[in-house]
Design a protein around this ligand. Sequence first.
Ligand code: SF4
Ligand code: SF4
Length: 327
Amino acid sequence: MSGLVAIRRADAPAVKELAVISGKGGTGKTSLTASFAALCQSAALADCDVDAADLHLVLAPRVVRREPFSGGNRARIRAGHCTACGKCEELCRFDAIYFDGAGNGVLERTFRVDPAVCEGCGVCAWFCAEGAIEFGPAVNGEWFISETRCGPMVHARLGVGGENSGKLVSTVRAGARRIAEERGLDLVLIDGSPGIGCPVIASITGASLVLAVTEPTLSGLHDLERVAQLTRHFGIPTMVCVNKWDLNAEVCERIEARAREMGLAPAGRVRYGSEITEAQIRGKAVVEYRRDGCASDIRAVWANIEAALEAPASGPLQGSAYANSRA
Ligand code: SF4
Ligand code: SF4
């Protein structure tokens, strides 16, 4: 392990952030992130894939602190104050209010808000003449600070139908960054959300480097192009790793050629291998499970990433990665 993530000196540069993302789920992004965490050993980890978090399955975090997350507001009708006038039902454009609420001693039934449908616009509470509608922050998730064998980790669980995962991603990422600063770690390693939506933007904005993981398929090529547009828009240096490259060597070549055209730097290839699944079943990162095969590929990819993070912006590899940057 080089000095990249060793204890930071007083004169050392600020904490760097590496975000591992992919254009869609299932590309092996989290498997790679877990292996990077195992190789790095002293980064603060941020599982920002909050809609389908699974880094914890490999790293077995021990939760030391948990906090509620509120991603928006919800309405709730207090049956005891409701006169069943029906105004709220009439006004709710999301059809979240039903006339099947509890009775209140005067009326057999009142109105009720379905919290899974309520969009938290607040219109019903504003217009209820009886003041019967409570309106305020809804707890729709949790976030955690944990310890793992590979370092501290911040992660989260979004409730079923929970919204505003971009805000939760920002919370997780900020928490990991704060821990890195407190403990003098040089790197925040982010398992980003897949796709190109709001949670992904929250995962990558201001990151030092993005690693885009893709597969050797035409949809993988298309997804990579979308990711490249996104990171270019935000001026973030970007590298590319083709996972399971040997499933289609020809498309892999096309992806790498297109990546070069788009100014993305190659981080390397990882072959297809059953050891990835075998390691997951044992709750290990593949580099903890084997040294050869996929594990050796991942070590090589990690070495390239470290070099890119450590190199000055004008260096050869970093220069290539920075070609995607508008900065
Ligand atoms: S507007 Fe208020 S009083 Fe009327 S039905 Fe809705 S909650 Fe009840
Ligand atoms: S807050 Fe908005 S969406 Fe929710 S129940 Fe009231 S009117 Fe409907």
